[in-house]
Ligand binder design. Structure first.
Ligand SMILES: N[C@@H](CCC(=O)N[C@@H](CS)C(=O)NCC(=O)O)C(=O)O
Length: 205
């Protein structure tokens, strides 16, 4: 498989899930502003939605959208699925909430938003983090073990930390619990030690 990603973006959830699942993959970085990949390809021609993540399967099929990609990995790695009742539904329910509510609430932070819009965004994020905290089904989001939903949430808890949004105590504990996992530390290290794309984009990989 191959993941198109941008360091620290939501595509980190896919990298974490792949490593947690032990699925071998290659990773190609995307400069989202320039819409160029590190190998010099025009990314908008590869993914018309111009967003990361994009996963290319071994048979050449591409899958976009966090919810679909994370569901696909969970389907291939049953240990990354919840095992509560209505497990499949609970996973889709949580991934949808993370995508359409929490992730969407962060969007102003990534665009040139006014101070007033950022204040509204902060309120929206805090409200949604409270909903997630109150709905936690165990030490992890959906029960007693890590699922792909935790990977997605983890990325956004990092964004919250970067924007000095205080986490409820239970979510902070969850953040620490996820951070300590070996595949998560590996994923974060891989993305943090990447040199700026500008210096790599002129040449080949
Ligand atoms: N609907 C997409 C949204 C993904 C998304 O917002 N990705 C961000 C990175 S976290 C991105 O690529 N942003 C580029 C842009 O908005 O121009 C999904 O859920 O996969």
């Amino acid at each position: 498989m191959k993941l198109y990603y941008s360091p620290g973006a939501c595509s980190l959830a896919t990298r974490i899930s792949l490593h947690e699942a032990g699925i071998p993959a290659e990773f190609e970085r995307v400069d989202l502003k320039a819409q160029r990949t590190e190998r010099g390809s025009d990314y908008s021609a590869i993914n018309p939605s111009a967003c990361v993540p994009l996963l290319v399967l071994n048979d050449g099929e591409t899958v976009a959208e966090n919810v679909a990609i994370l569901k696909l990995i969970a389907d291939r790695a049953p240990e990354l699925r919840p095992d509560c009742s209505l497990a499949e539904i609970r996973l889709i329910e949580m991934l949808s909430f993370l995508s359409t509510e929490l992730h969407a609430a962060f969007k102003p932070y990534f665009h040139d938003a006014s101070a007033a819009d950022l204040a509204k965004a902060r309120e929206a994020v805090v409200r949604r983090l409270d909903i997630i905290t109150n709905g936690m089904r165990g030490p992890y989001l959906l029960g007693d073990h890590f699922t792909v939903a935790d990977a997605y949430l983890f990325v956004m808890l990092r964004w919250a930390r970067n924007h000095e949004i205080e986490l409820p105590a239970r979510l902070f504990a969850l953040f620490e619990r996820i951070s300590a996992r070996e595949p998560v530390r590996r994923s974060v290290n891989e993305e943090e030690r990447i040199v700026p794309l500008v210096s790599a984009s002129a040449g080949s990989t």
